[in-house]
Structure formats: C-alpha cells, structure tokens
Design a protein around this ligand. Sequence first.
Ligand code: HEC
Length: 134
Amino acid sequence: MKLASALGFAAVLGVASVPALAQEGDPAAGQQVFNQCRACHIVDAEAASRPTGPNLYGVVGSEIASREDYAERPGYSQAFQDKKAEGFVWTEENLKAYLADPRGYIQGGRMAFAGLRNDQQIVDVIAYIEQESQ
Ligand code: HEC
C-alpha cells in the first residue's frame, strides 16, 4: 500500500510539472536563434570545426573544450582549458548561464558574443543543438 501511494504521489507530481513545459525548448524557434551563432559555429557530425568556433555537435552534456580539431587549431582559450582541467561539463544549467553572458560566466573566454538576453531563446537554441546532434 505504501508503495502504491508513493507512486500515486509521483503521478501527481508529474501532472503538476506540466505547466513547466512553457520553459521547454522549441527546436524550430531555436534554429532561428542559431542564426546568431552560425557565423562561428556549425552543428555537424561529419564536418570539422571552423576556425571561428568549435563544432557544437553533441556539446550538451559533454565536457568543455572537448572538440579535438578545434583544440588543435586555433585552440581553446586558457580559461576554457582551465575549466576542462576542473572537469567542467556543459550541463543544461551551465549552458544557460554561459549563453546569457559568455564573458561574464567564463572570464577570459574567447567567444565574441554578447549573449542571449531572453531565456526562451536560450532554451530554444539548446533544443535545436540537441536535435541536430541526434
Ligand atoms: C563571433 C563568433 C562566435 C559567435 C557569434 C558565437 N560563438 Fe560560441 N564560441 C566561439 C568561440 C571562439 C568559442 C571558444 C571559446 C574559448 O575558447 O574561450 C565558443 C564556444 C562555445 C561553446 C563551448 C564549446 C566547447 O567546445 O566547449 C558553446 C556551447 C557555444 N560557443 C555556443 C554558442 C551559441 C549557442 C551561440 C549563438 C547563440 C554562439 N556560441 C555564438 C565563437 C562564437
């Protein structure tokens, strides 16, 4: 009986979390947002990184600075390499904070991008990157 009521409680929690869907990312909207990133980034399993920025294929959930071709040339900033040495991972939370304020979040980072001010744009662009990484 105890287990059954615990499961019932979990089901209620599941229902209660539905309104949070408003903060779920929309990959189609994220594709538009990604137009602000395309000058420097691609999301492509097959292609090499551009010299302007690391290929973002599979970046969500990965260790920072893990694109080997980009690490070789032109190379990540020292700030990124230091984070890598600490074992920093691009969780969704970390990505959100970075995309809101790249240079504030990782000081000394080299990404010349002011940041996305709108939370919805941030979750949308993350959803797009995840979709393109399937
Ligand atoms: C002007 C070029 C430029 C633009 C525009 C840009 N980036 Fe970047 N991005 C970079 C560079 C360069 C780095 C590597 C930073 C370093 O080494 O400090 C980077 C790093 C990243 C990383 C970490 C990658 C890794 O391998 O750890 C993510 C994630 C990222 N950018 C996402 C984005 C997104 C999403 C956008 C658009 C909203 C964007 N960037 C816009 C140049 C850019």
